[in-house]
Design a protein around this ligand. Structure first.
Ligand SMILES: Nc1ncnc2c1ncn2[C@@H]1O[C@H](COP(=O)(O)OP(=O)(O)O)[C@@H](O)[C@H]1O
Ligand SMILES: [Mg+2]
Length: 269
């Protein structure tokens, strides 16, 4: 048996627009994701990254192609992955604890049992003392921790994180990166991570996929053979900078294409 966790074969998505026009949002995409890896996906805005996650999570269906988890076809099946959406907001009327146990409650875990599971994790992962506060009383970084813990507690082997740190300032973001690597290490998940920050992608990942302008396909696949555990100073090493230069070459080309698409100066599919 291979240790392949997730496989995408020729996955693409076409949306029907008003007036009957069809727009291909993403694909065809092929991915082979081994178990327990940290994989980042970068690509120009609008290239179809979130659409791809919606398809993997079963929130949306692929127009073409097949998704396999542990070798089984899972097209259109929800609940296979833990998914933190790009705009994953905590419910403002629930405490942090009640927000974090939401996934467990949805699965049918009784509230008391869910709380007993969540409380030690909140303590261990830097949210001790915040359990009974409301989201509005917390900083952006703390709210993202809570949203991430909720996703982890949902207890799926594959975790999809769509730009979880996109709205955070640089210092908070770098703290959250360390925090996420600890969490990944402790829970042994397979993580797919969307970011627009190439440094973040390289720093966190075992592999980075760079997507083309819409409809997004895999333009580049980089293996990140930097030693672990990762330490912040690694970003100044020649090895890191070499990987970054390689990634940026593809990414800036595709970002330029995406920009031209948006300006209507090239054909839209
Ligand atoms: N439900 C939808 N209906 C029509 N078009 C959509 C829908 N969802 C996304 N799109 C389009 O698909 C493309 C990819 O979007 P998205 O996956 O959000 O990109 P990304 O996450 O890479 O920024 C965009 O052009 C977007 O406008
Ligand atoms: Mg997106």
């Amino acid at each position: 048996m291979s240790d392949l966790k997730l496989e995408l074969q020729g996955v693409s998505k076409t949306f029907a627009m008003q007036g009957g026009r069809m727009v291909q949002a993403v694909g065809p995409v092929d991915l082979l994701i081994p178990d327990h890896r940290f994989i980042s996906i970068v690509g120009p805005s609008g290239c179809g990254k979130s659409t791809l996650f919606n398809i993997i999570s079963g929130l949306d269906e692929a127009s073409v192609g097949t998704i396999y988890v542990d070798g089984k076809r899972v097209n259109g099946l929800a609940g296979i992955t833990g998914y933190m959406l790009q705009k994953d907001l905590l419910l403002p009327w629930r405490t942090i604890l009640d927000n974090v146990i939401l996934g467990l409650q949805i699965q049918g875990t009784p509230k008391r049992e869910a709380k007993n599971k969540a409380l030690p994790l909140l303590e261990k992962y830097g949210l001790g003392g915040f359990e009974y506060l409301y989201p509005a009383q917390l900083s952006g970084g703390m709210r993202q921790r809570a949203a991430l813990l909720r996703t982890i507690l949902y207890n799926r082997e594959i975790i999809l994180l769509d730009e979880p740190f996109g709205a955070l300032d640089a210092q908070t973001r770098s703290m959250m990166q360390e925090w996420l690597l600890d969490l990944w290490d402790d829970f042994q998940k397979t993580i797919l991570f969307i970011t627009h920050d190439i440094d973040e992608a390289i720093y966190l990942s075992d592999e980075v996929y760079i997507m083309s302008a819409r409809p997004g396909t895999i333009k580049r696949h980089l293996k990140i053979d930097l030693p672990r555990p990762r330490k912040p100073h690694i970003v100044t090493s020649p090895h890191f900078m070499g990987l970054k230069e390689e990634a940026l070459r593809t990414l800036s080309e595709e970002t330029m294409k995406a920009y031209q698409q948006e300006r209507g100066t090239s054909d839209v599919h």
